[in-house]
Design a binder for this molecule. Structure first.
Ligand SMILES: Nc1ncnc2c1ncn2[C@@H]1O[C@H](COP(=O)(O)OP(=O)(O)OP(=O)(O)O)[C@@H](O)[C@H]1O
Length: 307
C-alpha cells in the first residue's frame, strides 16, 4: 500500500475545533505481528461461588487473534469497551505474556523475556500518561533516566538529547525542569510520547491516547502522532473506541468484538462496505465529523505552551 490517505482524501479533518493531518506514506513489510494470540484472565468469582468451591470464571479477553502491522502504516484497532483492545495491545507491546500465541517484532518471535534491544522496538503511549510518570521527577530527569539506563546516548550527550525529545513533541525547553503536575492533560500526553520516543522505537502502540483529553486538544495530539510517524518513519497501532477518529488516521482497520477480530481491511473498504453485522452496528453509531476545521479554541491554543 502506498500513498495511503484515508478514505476522505481531504488531508485534514476537524475533531471538534482542531484539525488533524491524515495518514500518508509508504507501507512495507511486517514490522509487528500477532498470531493465534490468546489472553485469558482468571476472574475472582463471587464470594458465594468461592465458598461453594466453584472454579472462578475465565475472562477470554483476547481469544485467538491474527494481526499484522506493516512498516509505515497506521492500523486502527476499534471496538467497544471491554472487547479486548487494551489487552491485545499490551500483549503486542510485550507487557503481558500471552496465554497462547506468538508476538513477532520485525519477524522475530518475542519470547517470554525479550532482551532490551528487542523490547525497545515497540513502545506504548497510554491513555493516562500521568499515572505512569513519577510525580517527584522532572521531565528532564525522567527522560535522562531512560536514556542512561538503556545506554542510548553517551552520558555527555544525555542533556542535549533530552532537549531534542522535548522539542520533538512541541514542548518548550523549560519543560525539562518541571514536574508532571505543572502540565495540562495534552502536555502530559506529549511527555508520554517523548518518553516512548526516547527508546527509539519502530512501532508506537497508542492505546486511547486522546480519549481523556478535551476535544480541542485531541486533534493536536493526533496531528503530533501523525507528524512524528512521518518524520521518524514509525508504524502505529492506534487503539480507540472512536470510529470517527480512527477512520481519519488509519490506513487499515481491525474491528474487535468479544476478544476476536471480526473484520479487517482498508479503511475505506471497511467503512463503505462493511461485511460484519457488528461492524455495521459500530458504524451506525459514528457521529458526523468533517468539513472545514473550526478555529482553534483556547484549549488547543494554550495546550502547546506551559500553563
Ligand atoms: N488484568 C485483568 N484481569 C482480569 N480481567 C481483565 C484484566 N484486564 C482486562 N480484563 C478483562 O478483559 C476484558 C477485555 O478488557 P480490555 O481492557 O482489554 O478491553 P478494552 O476493549 O480495551 O476496553 P476498555 O477500552 O474499556 O479498556 C474485559 O472483560 C476486562 O474486564
Amino acid at each position: 500500500m502506498s500513498g495511503t490517505s484515508p478514505s476522505t482524501g481531504s488531508g485534514s479533518v476537524s475533531i471538534g475545533s482542531g484539525s488533524v493531518s491524515t495518514a500518508s506514506g509508504s507501507v512495507g513489510e511486517e514490522v509487528l505481528a500477532v498470531e493465534g494470540l490468546v489472553q485469558h484472565f482468571r476472574g475472582r468469582g463471587s464470594a458465594w461461588g468461592r465458598l461453594r468451591g466453584r472454579p472462578p470464571k475465565v475472562v477470554k479477553a483476547v481469544d485467538g487473534v491474527d494481526l499484522v502491522l506493516h512498516r509505515g502504516e497506521t492500523l486502527g484497532l476499534v471496538g467497544e469497551s471491554g472487547c479486548g483492545k487494551s489487552t491485545l495491545s499490551r500483549c503486542a507491546a510485550g507487557l503481558y505474556t500471552p496465554t497462547a500465541g506468538v508476538v513477532r517484532y520485525a519477524r522475530q518471535p518475542l519470547h517470554g523475556a525479550p532482551d532490551r534491544a528487542q523490547r525497545r522496538l515497540v513502545q506504548m503511549v497510554f491513555q493516562d500518561p500521568y499515572s505512569s510518570l513519577n510525580p517527584r521527577m522532572t521531565v528532564g530527569q525522567t527522560l535522562s533516566e531512560i536514556l542512561t539506563y538503556h545506554r542510548l546516548v553517551p552520558r555527555a550527550q544525555v542533556r542535549a538529547r533530552v532537549g531534542e525529545l522535548i522539542d520533538l513533541v512541541g514542548l518548550p525547553t523549560r519543560a525539562a525542569d518541571q514536574l508532571p503536575r505543572s502540565f495540562s492533560g495534552g502536555q502530559r500526553q506529549r511527555i508520554g510520547i517523548a518518553r516512548a520516543l526516547a527508546l527509539e522505537p519502530q512501532v508506537l502502540i497508542a492505546d486511547e491516547p486522546v480519549s481523556a483529553l478535551d476535544v480541542s486538544v485531541q486533534a493536536t495530539i493526533i496531528n503530533l502522532l501523525l507528524d512524528l510517524k512521518e518524520t521518524l518513519g514509525l508504524s502505529m497501532l492506534f487503539v480507540s473506541h472512536n470510529m470517527a477518529v480512527v477512520r481519519q488516521i488509519s490506513d487499515r482497520i481491525a474491528v474487535m468484538h468479544d476478544g476476536v477480530v471480526v473484520e479487517e481491511g482498508d479503511t475505506s473498504e471497511v467503512f463503505e462496505h462493511p461485511h460484519d453485522d457488528y461492524t455495521r452496528l459500530l458504524l451506525a453509531s459514528v457521529p458526523r465529523i468533517g468539513g472545514a476545521p473550526a478555529p482553534a479554541t483556547a484549549g488547543a491554543a494554550t495546550e502547546r505552551g506551559l500553563r
